[in-house]
Design a binder for this molecule. Structure first.
Ligand SMILES: CC(C)(COP(=O)(O)OP(=O)(O)OC[C@H]1O[C@@H](n2cnc3c(N)ncnc32)[C@H](O)[C@@H]1OP(=O)(O)O)[C@@H](O)C(=O)NCCC(=O)NCCS
Length: 175
């Protein structure tokens, strides 16, 4: 199974259905925290939803269309990071992520995204990495900023998160 040792404490592992139960539990524990910025929480209310998500991600991984990894801190599942989409024609990877609130503030996601960029170059020969964050989501925007991405502009009212539209800041890193 694909896995990547990032630091002595952090590892990424291919997201497979085996993790449906712990991933659903992690989602449950962080529901209100994640709901502020992620649009899918209301659609994930039982473990079967998480299992179906993981099966779909595995299928997309097999087709070379996406790569979803689980983030572990000292062997504990703490979040998700990956390429929502891999555009093999244009060699573009779009990165997304979330972390359990308890594990924020330690640099876990910045390092995980750094490792994803390595993986994207090594296995998919990607030449453009893109991250889109709601303009008010400062914790998320800090990740591409720390990793040297360039801010390319803002897509106005381009994502609906429940009852609100958000402007999305686009960051990109070129190989
Ligand atoms: C976005 C999200 C993953 C960021 O989490 P985070 O903990 O701020 O990010 P990191 O894991 O990279 O940690 C950065 C923090 O660790 C600190 N840190 C400690 N050691 C560090 C290191 N070696 N390198 C980088 N940062 C380090 C930083 O100072 C920063 O702390 P600060 O927030 O007090 O400035 C998290 O807020 C989250 O899951 N939010 C909800 C979901 C979401 O918004 N997803 C993104 C949608 S676009």
């Amino acid at each position: 199974m694909f896995s990547r040792h990032v630091t002595d404490q952090i590892a990424l592992q291919l997201a497979v259905p085996f993790y449906a139960e712990p991933l659903f539990q992690l989602t449950e524990r962080n529901r209100s925290y994640l709901r502020r910025w992620l649009p899918w929480l209301d659609a994930v209310t039982q473990v079967d939803h998480t299992r179906r998500f993981l099966v779909a991600q595995l299928d997309r991984f097999a087709k070379g269309e996406a790569l979803c990894t689980l983030v572990f801190w000292e062997q504990e599942l703490v979040g998700v990071a990956g390429f929502h989409t891999i555009d093999a024609v244009n060699r573009i990877g779009t990165i997304g992520y979330w972390l359990s609130e308890t594990f924020t503030g330690r640099g876990i996601m910045t390092r995980a995204v750094h490792a994803l960029i390595d993986i994207g170059q090594q296995f998919y020969v990607l030449q453009r990495f893109e991250i889109r964050c709601a303009v008010e989501n400062h914790a998320s925007r800090a990740i591409p900023q720390r990793l040297g991405f360039q801010y390319e502009g803002t897509l106005r009212r381009s994502e609906r998160i429940y009852d609100r539209w958000h402007d999305m800041a686009v960051y990109a890193l070129l190989r």
